[in-house]
Write a protein of this length. Structure first.
Length: 244
């Protein structure tokens, strides 16, 4: 069986400019996410970041990516629109997209959602718990019904997203807020999974259960085979003929 090609994209700026982030993720948080996936023999991992030419997302990389994982925050605006166009078109054609944490404001996610994707937030060392609201969903497999993520930034409702096609997790925070934290959508022939935890100053991407959800999310978002279809036909399709 051929492997699933996963590209882990990180803006990779906080790690270079903020010591407290560097201390948590010295190699960049994309490598911490990758470390959590390293035991999965079905995945082939690649890494890409904003400051590489074409943000590391050349046609060759994008066209051979089955699932793209996206983390961005301080430099969403620096992502070139021509690259965003290509990412969105790849999703429509079947590529999976896993958007993490502050990626809720990334250009590809906002484009695919068509809404403002805004939310309520606070950095005050809340504790976050993830409650599973869809235990039969593939993304929840192998996990308990409640997960304590630990200290995290708070994201609260209202989250300006279209109604998820499937909702898998809701977060609760010590401040009392709740948030739709694990959301799935179908866009064209592709799938999008948004997963909330992962503020850059907390070691969230070392949490084994968070890693498991990301791994499950990648498998869920993997492309499914697409039947042949035709867009333009210059003659009407003949009526079905009874073959007996
Ligand atoms: Zn954050």
């Amino acid at each position: 069986m051929s492997k699933l090609n996963v590209t882990l994209w990180n803006e990779f700026r906080h790690e270079k400019s903020h010591k407290e982030v560097q201390d948590v993720y010295p190699n960049g948080l994309h490598y911490a996410i990758g470390e959590g996936l390293a035991g999965d023999a079905e995945l082939s991992l690649r890494y890409a970041s904003l400051d590489e030419p074409e943000h590391g997302l050349t046609d060759e990389v994008l066209n051979s990516t089955d699932v793209l994982v996206w983390w961005g925050h301080m430099a969403h605006d620096e992502v070139k629109d021509e690259i965003v166009d290509k990412v969105v078109k790849r999703v429509w054609a079947g590529m999976g997209l896993v958007v993490l944490h502050s990626g809720h404001f990334s250009k590809p996610f906002k484009r695919l959602m068509g809404t403002d994707c805004a939310l309520r937030w606070r950095e005050a060392e809340d504790i976050e718990r993830l409650w599973c609201v869809n235990p039969a969903h593939p993304i929840a497999q192998g996990l308990p019904d409640v997960i304590t993520v630990g200290k995290e930034e708070m994201y609260g409702e209202y989250f300006g997203i279209p109604e998820p096609d499937e909702l898998v997790y809701i977060s609760w925070f010590t401040g009392g807020e709740v948030f739709r934290s694990g959301c799935c959508w179908h866009r064209g022939m592709g799938k999008v999974f948004y997963f909330r935890p992962g503020h850059e100053t907390y070691p969230t991407y070392f949490n084994p259960q968070v890693r498991q959800i990301i791994q499950n999310g990648i498998h869920w978002a993997a492309p499914t085979p697409v039947s042949q279809f035709t867009r333009y036909v210059n003659k009407p399709t003949p009526p079905a003929v009874d073959a007996k």
